[in-house]
Design a protein around this ligand. Structure first.
Ligand code: AHR
Length: 506
């Protein structure tokens, strides 16, 4: 078996890994909001003002940093005034993107901001450019964040909320190249500047505005948005009214018509999914390179506000609801993405996995009949990585890791990233090899390691997943296969596993 070495210079901390790359996304889609987050005050499911208590507790345990809402494609159909005031008087609308169902707007601005407060998460609101107006967007931010007796602040008070909220993140449209209006990028760049101008900072609320960005490898989209930036102002910031551009990329093994099954897949499809997930590394690197040409000081952020697996829906569920199971393969898709975000912490300031509950690569699944809550393997990767939030990235130099040619790309079968904060460090190691365990020797330089704790996430089957009747099939456990040898740590990675190593440094 080849010797794999990971060299980490513990005394050379790099850029901060923003906790916001561990962000989440909740769209009015299927059972994400209704049945996922929101059950209503009269539900038998324990709730706080209509919001599921167990979902809040589970996400708080992850240190959920931000939540993006109300979409997705839904955001560019959403008119926020329909979601305020007495619930039984709110107008209805058709959710034409997702199942063509009637949306009663019972979950609106107040409910979302209440949810964010319960979660301790920052709000990331996606504003409507596709079918909205500048005035609508301007009024919404005034309604949310203004303290005095302005018209919108007065309306908010009349609806029961005295104090303004804080809204740190604001999306300018969503997928403007597609469901957000089918716009040309030149047209959208002008609109983004215009809408951003009226997304005002009220009182001490400072908004970080994110222009709807590219699909996958559409570097022209990023380039055109970056070209629309103004030169730096006197404080060395771009004077352009938005501060970041976004990027969307979903992992699937098939076509959009037949995306691949969540729980039934071959070993070849295991590798194909992981190879496609690893494309995120190239995507963020190349979009960053485009951004570097216009912004070498890296003042403009790259926000990957939709990523994750997109499989065929579970049999018997509404095709428009995007409900899918989540296996060990999804967990490793997540860890590979998170490694890429850590490695590009100087540019990737935020990311939002799609989506939080019951939709696509969810953290949490809820049973529609019993209401039971299941934590997915992906949830556990997020939990095991909590130590990376706002820690300083460390480079990991891997030597001797096996590789496999998949779909025209070379897939490294071990993926790794690391970070440090004070007297601790966290190393994340993914063994993507379906069949073979690997041992990694950690050559940890620059500081003394005085303690360690390892945890592992794995299961006998590649497609192992959690259900209401077997909720712990894939769950982290302590991992003892770590040895100190000649001043180096040797750690065994079981086949198809995710391992974290927490180090105590002197
Ligand atoms: O996350 C599901 C959908 O995927 C979003 O609504 C849209 O932005 C993307 O195409």
């Amino acid at each position: 078996m080849a010797t794999i070495t990971a060299v980490v210079n513990l005394d050379l901390p790099g850029p901060t890994i923003s906790r916001h790359v561990y962000g989440h996304f909740a769209e009015h889609l299927g059972r994400c909001i209704y049945g996922g987050f929101w059950v209503g005050e009269d539900s038998d499911v324990p709730n706080v003002r209509g919001i599921r208590r167990d979902v809040v507790d589970a996400l708080r345990a992850l240190g959920i940093p931000n939540l993006r809402w109300p979409g997705g494609c839904f955001a560019d159909d959403y008119h926020w005034e329909d979601g305020i005031g007495p619930r039984d008087q709110r107008p209805r609308m058709v959710n034409s993107h997702w199942g063509d169902v009637v949306e009663d707007n019972s979950f609106g601005t107040h409910e979302f901001m209440d949810l964010c407060e319960l979660l301790g998460a920052d709000a990331y609101i996606s504003g409507n450019i596709g079918s909205g107006s500048v005035r609508e967007m301007s009024d919404w931010i005034e309604y949310l964040t203004r303290a005095d007796d302005s018209p919108m602040a007065t309306l908010r008070r009349a609806n029961g909320r005295d104090e303004p909220w804080k809204v740190p993140f604001w999306g300018l449209g969503n997928e403007a190249w597609g469901c957000g209006g089918n716009l040309r990028v030149e047209q959208f760049a002008s609109l983004a500047r215009q809408y951003a101008t009226y997304t005002r900072d009220h009182a001490d609320n400072r908004v970080y505005r994110i222009a709807a960005g590219a699909h996958e490898d559409d570097y022209h989209w990023t380039e055109t948005l970056m070209r629309s930036f103004d030169p730096l102002d006197r404080d060395d910031r771009p004077a352009t009214p938005f501060q970041a551009v976004s990027l969307h990329y979903y992992t699937r093994t098939g076509s959009w018509a037949e995306k691949g099954k969540a729980t039934e897949f071959s070993t070849d499809e295991w590798y194909l999914a992981l190879s496609r997930a690893s494309w995120m590394e190239e995507l963020v690197a190349r979009h960053s390179t485009v951004m570097d040409r216009y912004d070498p000081a890296k003042k403009v952020g790259l926000v990957v506000d939709e990523w994750g697996t997109w499989w065929d829906v579970e049999p018997g569920t509404n095709p428009g609801f995007l409900y899918q199971q989540n296996t060990l393969r999804d967990a490793l898709v997540a860890s590979v993405h998170l490694d890429a975000f850590h490695r590009h912490a100087d540019r990737v300031v935020m990311a939002n996995i799609a989506q939080t509950v019951n939709v696509l690569q969810a953290m949490i699944l809820t049973d529609p009949e019993s209401g039971a809550l299941v934590l997915t393997p992906t949830y556990h990767v997020f939990e095991m990585n909590r130590g990376h939030h706002d820690a300083a990235a460390l480079d990991v130099h891997l030597k001797g890791a096996p590789e496999k040619e998949v779909d025209g790309r070379t897939l490294g079968l071990v993926s790794a990233s690391a970070s440090t904060r004070g007297d601790s460090a966290l190393v994340s190691l993914s063994n993507l090899d379906a069949d073979t365990a690997h041992t990694v020797t950690l050559d940890l330089r620059g500081r003394d390691v005085v303690g360690h704790r390892a945890r592992v996430l794995t299961a006998p089957e590649l497609a192992a997943h959690n259900t209401a009747s077997a909720p712990e099939t894939v769950a982290p456990r302590d991992h003892d296969d770590v040895r100190l040898r000649d001043g180096r740590l040797e750690i065994d990675l079981p086949a198809h596993s995710y391992v974290t190593l927490e180090l105590t440094l002197s």
